[in-house]
Design a protein around this ligand. Structure first.
Ligand code: S3P
Length: 432
């Protein structure tokens, strides 16, 4: 089904759901386990399109991976266990796969070509090509312009570098640290602001030689890791759609079970609380990656100011946050939005297009700030487009719940990238 018709919610969202597994952690559970030594089990792996691109890439690289129900069993082959794939590796829509796998492939002794869909082929890869070249990797953009397809040529041992990341990007950080696993000596990165740290946590868990001090992370290369079972919590970025839906639809009270609450991902909780949202973590568990159950109740929201340093902690939640801001009293100012323009779509353009069609007021200032004038009682029903971006499709679905009628969202198959079954979960909470 490639379009959703979503009606105004006449009564609140009620009940509980378990959101899908975390996309970022699912990617890393395959990538880093595959280059550790030994057989291991991943529990609660996300079988969305993006993570399947990672899984299939590692199969093509000679890793034995079996899917059994919601478990994935992988035979990790160590740092030198990957083999040359038959053809090019097609990575679909997945930026995380392309950027992080490039770090691993830069350390191999064979050549690989990486391709992706139209969106992925337009995304900036110069940000990984530059540090990988500094490390002595043979990586090129085939068409130039720092975009995919990428060709990575097997090189000798990589050189360790100390790299100051020009942007706070977990994908770039993870790429450099991955290449660092194959470099002689100590490779380090320093980020301008803290971004998600799933790579650091999993590498530490698998026994890599990692040193972490604030925004500085170093890894010492050429050390084998040992595979261990991995448990993936639910994705807070997927939970965010229902947090906002429950906050803005009158009469709502929901519980979201098993949501990952790694502190480098919980920016959305802090911002929604600041806006007056009644959100509570009612139970906590997990260790390597903490998780919890989150209760959310309808609340009158007010606008807030979001600083540049907070952006990496809620980067994927900004589209749905714009929906919340449209319904909040007063103005919401989001500073440091530039990175949003190089996601699966230019998310400033696509969220503005969708929400403006529904009567919301979003204004971009100085190319790096978004101002949302809130205070809407309701939005207007409209026909909007996802532009093929999963998070835009789901954000528009949430906005439709507070519109004056029925909205039509075109191009919704892309929700499967991160949230297969989104509409079913929404309908369950709506009781329809
Ligand atoms: C991700 C990091 C973020 C995020 C993306 C997943 C990751 O990208 O937007 O959806 O898994 O590392 P950047 O680190 O490039 O901002």
């Amino acid at each position: 089904m490639n379009n959703w018709k979503i009606k105004r919610a006449e009564k609140g969202l009620r009940g509980e759901i378990t959101v899908p597994p975390d996309k970022s952690i699912s990617h890393r559970s395959v990538m880093f386990g595959a280059i550790a030594k030994g057989k291991y089990r991943i529990t609660n792996f996300l079988r969305g399109d993006d993570c399947m691109s990672t899984l299939n890439a590692f199969r093509a690289l000679g890793i034995d991976i079996r899917i059994e129900g919601d478990e994935v069993i992988v035979e990790g082959k160590g740092l030198r266990g990957l083999r040359e794939p038959q053809g090019e590796l097609y990575l679909g829509n997945s930026g995380t796969t392309m950027r992080v796998i490039s770090g691993i492939l830069a350390g191999q002794s064979f050549d690989v070509t990486l391709t992706g869909d139209d969106s992925l082929s337009g995304r900036p890869m110069g940000r990984i090509i530059e540090p990988l070249k500094l490390m002595g990797a043979g990586i090129e953009s085939m068409r130039g312009g720092g975009q995919a397809p990428l060709i990575i040529k097997g090189a000798g041992p990589l050189r360790a570098i100390d790299y100051d990341l020009p942007v706070a990007s977990a994908q770039v950080k993870s790429c450099v640290l991955s290449a660092g696993l194959y470099a002689r000596g100590r490779t380090s990165v320093r980020e301008p602001f803290q971004s998600r740290d799933h790579t650091e946590r999993i590498l530490e868990y698998l026994g890599a030689d990692i040193l972490r001090q604030g925004l500085f992370t170093a890894v010492t290369g050429e050390k084998e890791m040992t595979a261990r079972d991995i448990l993936v919590p639910g994705d807070i970025s997927s939970a965010a759609f229902f947090m906002v839906a429950a906050l803005i639809v009158k009469g709502s009270e929901i519980v979201l079970r098993n949501v990952g609450i790694n502190p480098t991902r919980t920016g959305i909780l802090h911002v929604l609380e600041r806006m007056g949202g009644d959100i509570e973590i009612v139970d906590r568990y997990g260790d390597v990656e903490p998780a919890g159950d989150i209760r959310v109740r309808h609340s009158g929201l007010k606008g807030t100011v979001i600083d540049e340093g907070e952006i990496p902690l809620l980067i994927d939640e900004i589209p749905v946050l714009c929906v919340a801001a449209s319904m909040a009293r007063g103005e919401t100012v989001i500073n440091g939005i530039k990175e949003l323009k190089v996601k699966e779509t230019d998310r400033i353009m696509t969220v503005k297009a969708g929400l403006s069609a529904m009567g919301a007021e979003l204004l971009e200032k100085d190319n790096d700030t978004l101002v949302i004038s809130g205070g809407k009682e309701r939005l207007d029903p409209a026909s909007v487009n996802s532009f093929g971006d999963h998070r835009i499709a789901m954000s528009m679905a949430v906005a439709s719940l507070v519109s004056g009628g029925e909205s039509d969202i075109e191009g919704t198959a892309c929700a499967d990238v991160s949230y297969p079954g989104f509409l079913e979960d929404l309908n369950r909470l709506l009781g329809v």
